[in-house]
Write a protein that binds this ligand. Structure first.
Ligand code: F6R
Length: 242
């Protein structure tokens, strides 16, 4: 069942999500968090810095990573997670995991990552953003809802959207390692965030359309504990029930 909370703006929504994360890690100091990258969760991570004393024993798993970016590239998700999560919240670096986008055998790396999530007991609370095309992690439209961690080709829309982080579109990688939708659905709790009118169509399709592979985000409706957190702009095309 999909619960939806709508806030006046992304800042208020981010403070609310941060309070849920704080609840999670104060109830269980050894919680396993799934951390999204991109611009959507950045306000949540900022709000959490005031509570960083609670994160010492927390384990974190990133959703995805570009394939082939040089080590230390500022836009690799390893760098982003290191800056915005590990350092900002003072997590122990050996408890923070990101798929290795430089692995010589990426498919083997995908299996290793799945196994590592399993060995850590699975993800307790997974934070997710949503792409303009409805992707979650880098599961682009057409991804199977039972897909596992694997190498994927990024949609041109995703490369274009993410080119704002790079000097040019050419620099945006074409491939990524991503947790599958099936992998993500195994987390015990999901919080999906979407802010801004660029996300409104993807949100409406995920919430009001059929649960289908053309809308990866619609797959979260198969989960029993999921909260969708929106600002007014992202919620603007969601039809309210009569
Ligand atoms: C990030 C991720 C992506 C983003 C999505 C939205 O780890 O997996 O699914 O959540 O592309 O990106 P932003 O937040 O930059 O709009």
């Amino acid at each position: 069942m999909l619960n939806i909370s709508v806030f006046a703006n992304a800042a208020a929504a981010s403070r609310f999500v941060a309070s849920l994360v704080v609840n999670c890690v104060t109830n269980d100091p050894y919680a396993v968090l799934g951390v999204a990258t991109g611009s959507t969760p950045s306000g949540v991570y900022r709000a959490l810095t005031a509570h960083r004393r609670h994160f010492r024993h927390v384990t974190a798993f990133a959703l995805d990573e570009y394939v082939g970016l040089p080590s230390g590239h500022p836009e690799s998700f390893a760098s982003v997670v290191d800056r915005d999560v590990t350092r900002a919240l003072e997590l122990s670096p050996d408890r923070v995991h990101v798929p290795n986008g430089l692995a010589t055998d990426p498919e083997n790396e995908a299996s290793r990552y799945e196994e590592l999530i399993r060995r850590c007991g699975g993800v307790d609370l997974q934070l997710l953003g949503m792409g303009r095309n409805g992707h979650i992690a880098f599961n682009e439209p057409g991804s199977a809802h039972d897909s596992r961690t694997r190498v994927v080709t990024l949609a041109e829309q995703t490369r274009l959207d993410n080119s704002r982080f790079f000097a040019s579109l050419d620099e945006v990688p074409r491939f990524a390692l991503t947790q599958g939708i099936g992998t993500i659905l195994e987390a015990r709790q999901l919080i999906v965030m979407a802010f801004g009118d660029a996300k409104a169509k993807a949100v409406a399709e995920a919430v009001c359309g059929p649960v289908s592979e053309s809308s990866p985000a619609s797959a979260v409706r198969r989960h029993s504990d999921v909260l969708l957190v929106l600002d007014l702009a992202a919620a603007s095309l969601v039809e309210s029930p009569e």
